[in-house]
Ligand binder design. Structure first.
Ligand code: HEM
Length: 655
């Protein structure tokens, strides 16, 4: 079976095709501690230009005229390395600030000091790198991942309630339902393994038992179950992707997504051919694949809006041509609202009242017949009772994983969910209740595309790598199985699935997930853009940062032996249970799998809940063993995928 992978690699920030102008952000002036700045090749402060004059940061050796660092990157990657291991090598060579460059792109300035990174993410809040625009066909120009400024703020406010604990707690049964489909697939594999054993076979076969059905690719199954969950909880679309008799990966929605993803990623993965993406035939192909995918997505959106009583746009209707986010995709203006226009002033109050009613009892907050969807873009207060108070800051671990009560801001996010409402319903309700700018149909569709893409690949990676580490550490797997049995009880007959409260009690599972996210952060690098006039002040030396990509690697941050100790590269969940351990004392920016600051991952609570439900239900019943010789390798794409799809042999757990 081919491993499922659509492999876009934009976030790796390999060569940046084009560094277009960004909307202005304040020039950066960063300071990092003098001691930390003294890397092996950091130039002395008195070198050319005198103290205080900006100079170029150190660059790794191996740079060639015109080709710059492209040959050394290619050599490293063809030798089995990846961007993260290369960054590690360059860090050792150059010190905590360095830059690299490939032809056709601006310099990429790599930061590793946690306080400097905080400055970028929280204080200066630099905008995202223009390279993210390469993801436009997959995410849409109005994607929450791509927009900036007021437009982003309004979108985030509208969608935050659907990712708050108050809503997710009531959505647990939907997570459980999808996880049951996964359990059914594993049950079938366990049956095959038992039949194989009865017939005198075993896992000695070269394929590890795949032909008999006793082996499943865990990463592929994780993709399917996470797809099912985001579609159900996010948009009320119930598709059992794991039904062995159903279309599975051939489902037109997933199929069209994979085809578009592969096309987009071809150019991202082949920097030397990147320019070809603008060739007429290539653009035509992108447009055709995008049309197919958007038609599928629009159908889901249309169905949900109809269920909410909102007149939906025609599928594929007045879609504005995809714009370059850097050139205005984040501007919010322009094109594309086919149905839901701004509200007549007289209707605004009625909309707010309807939203309040909807928040209390479900149902459509917007009057029939194409009334407005509005957001808090103008800063107006939310209507009483409307979905409001987005969860800003706080830790996704604190309320979900540690068993505390929901963050206060989340508790204000519209109270209980359930009643069949979805993330989309809450966003529409919030927008309608808060007055201000419009949440148009394009915006909704682009969020659906964004949550579809960002909402499954990342969590599937987390689930798969967790299974991988548990295969390598059977004692940790046994401890997890014991914890799950202790919390859920030992009665196999009626498996209702874990409750929110029970999941909160699973401290070992929480530690296991934290540790997997530390060693295998699904999103390996993040990129921002330093505008004209930016200077990086580092231990008394000023480095030129204007018009450069600012790259941060969660992987580098999370494996720094100075922070995490000599065992930084070992998978050891115990470190998260030691109140005096390094994990507890670490700077927030030394652990950032979901990023940090206002643009951290909106789906972090969702992802953790999802992973916990899946793993608790799986390890309650089964023991999983890696089916191949050796260990699974990492294949870097947007996320860190297991190269072989993580084939595992499934054994039923004896109780
Ligand atoms: C283990 C799972 C996940 C990981 C590790 C993860 C990681 C991240 C990271 C690192 C970012 C910041 C990207 C950047 O600044 O360049 C991010 C942003 C984002 N994530 Fe996730 N994510 C996960 C799951 C999810 C899920 C389940 C969803 C939605 C259902 C989601 C939706 C988003 C969105 C929309 C953003 C952009 C937020 C904004 O800019 O305001 N993610 N994620």
């Amino acid at each position: 079976m081919e491993a499922l992978s659509w492999r876009p690699s934009a976030l790796r920030d390999l060569p940046v095709a084009r560094a277009g102008p960004r909307s202005p952000a304040r020039p950066l002036r960063l300071r990092i501690a003098a001691a930390a700045a003294a890397g092996p090749r950091a130039a002395p402060a008195t070198a050319s230009g005198g103290p205080g004059a900006p100079r170029p940061p150190p660059r790794p050796r191996g740079e060639l005229p015109l080709l710059l660092h492209a040959p050394s990157m290619a050599a490293h990657i063809s030798g089995g390395g990846n961007l993260e291991t290369l960054l590690q090598q360059w860090l050792a060579e150059c010190g905590p600030v360095f830059e690299w460059q490939v032809p056709g792109g601006p310099p990429v300035l790599v930061l590793t000091n946690p306080e400097t990174i905080r400055e970028v993410y929280e204080v200066q809040q630099l905008h995202k790198s223009p390279r993210y625009a390469d993801l436009l066909p997959l995410l849409g120009a109005k994607s929450l991942l791509l927009t900036e400024g007021e437009v982003w703020r309004a979108q985030r406010d509208a969608f935050n309630p659907g990712f708050a604990s108050a809503f997710l707690r009531d959505a647990v049964p939907q997570f459980v339902e999808a996880a049951r489909h996964l359990v059914a697939r594993l049950d079938a594999a366990a049956d095959a393994a038992e039949a194989e054993a009865r017939a005198g076979g075993g896992s000695g076969a070269a394929d590890g038992g795949a032909a008999s059905g006793a082996v499943v690719k865990m990463h592929d199954l994780a993709i399917l179950v996470t797809l099912e969950i985001i579609l159900s909880v996010g948009f009320g679309e119930r598709i059992d992707f794991l039904d062995p008799k159903g279309p599975g990966v051939q489902h037109p929605l997933f199929d069209s997504f994979v085809k578009l993803g592969r096309h987009v990623s071809f150019f991202l993965d082949n920097p030397a051919l990147n320019f070809l993406k603008n060739a007429p035939w290539s653009k035509a192909r992108t447009a055709a694949l995008q049309r197919d995918y958007e038609a599928q997505i629009t159908a889901v959106l249309t169905r949900r809006l109809a269920a909410m009583g909102i007149e939906a746009p025609e599928a594929g209707g007045a879609r504005a041509p995809v714009r370059d986010a850097a050139a205005g995709g984040g501007g919010g203006g322009g094109g594309g609202c086919p149905v839901l226009h701004g509200p007549p002033a007289a209707e605004a109050e009625a909309s707010a009242a309807a939203a309040a009613a909807a928040a209390a009892g479900g149902g459509c907050p917007v009057p029939h017949g194409g009334a407005a969807l509005t957001t808090s873009g103008s800063g107006g207060p939310a209507a009483p009772g409307a979905e409001a108070a987005p969860p800003r800051g706080g830790s996704p671990w604190s309320d979900l994983a540690r068993g505390g009560s929901p963050a206060p801001e989340a508790a204000r996010a519209g109270g209980a969910a359930g009643g069949g409402r979805t993330i989309l319903d809450l966003a529409v309700g919030y927008a309608a209740g808060s007055g201000g700018g419009g949440l148009d149909v394009d915006t909704l569709r682009d969020q659906l595309m964004t949550f579809f893409a960002a909402g499954h690949d990342t969590t599937a990676s987390l689930v798969a790598w967790t299974v991988n580490f548990l295969c390598i550490h059977p004692e940790a797997e046994a401890r997890l199985a014991e914890e799950v049995a202790a919390v859920l009880g030992d009665d196999a007959a009626e498996d209702a699935g874990p409750s929110w409260q029970q999941l909160n009690e699973m401290r070992w599972l929480t530690a296991v997930l934290k540790e997997t996210l530390r060693l295998r952060p699904p999103v390996g690098v993040l990129a921002r853009w330093a505008p004209e006039g930016s200077v990086l002040e580092c231990g008394g030396v000023h480095y030129e940062a204007s018009n450069k990509v600012i790259l941060v690697s969660p992987f580098l941050q999370q494996t720094d032996p100075a922070v995490w100790g000599a065992d930084a590269h070992e998978w050891r969940p115990e470190r998260w249970l030691d109140p005096a351990g390094a994990a507890e004392g670490a700077n927030a920016y030394s652990y950032m799998p979901f990023s940090r600051g206002p643009r951290d991952c909106i789906g972090s609570r969702f992802a953790l809940l999802e992973a916990k439900v899946i793993l608790a239900m799986v390890y309650r019943r089964f023991s999983l063993r890696y089916a191949l010789e050796g260990r699974e390798e990492v294949m870097f794409s947007v996320t860190a995928h297991p190269k072989n799809g993580l084939p595992v042999r499934v054994e039923r757990r004896r109780r």
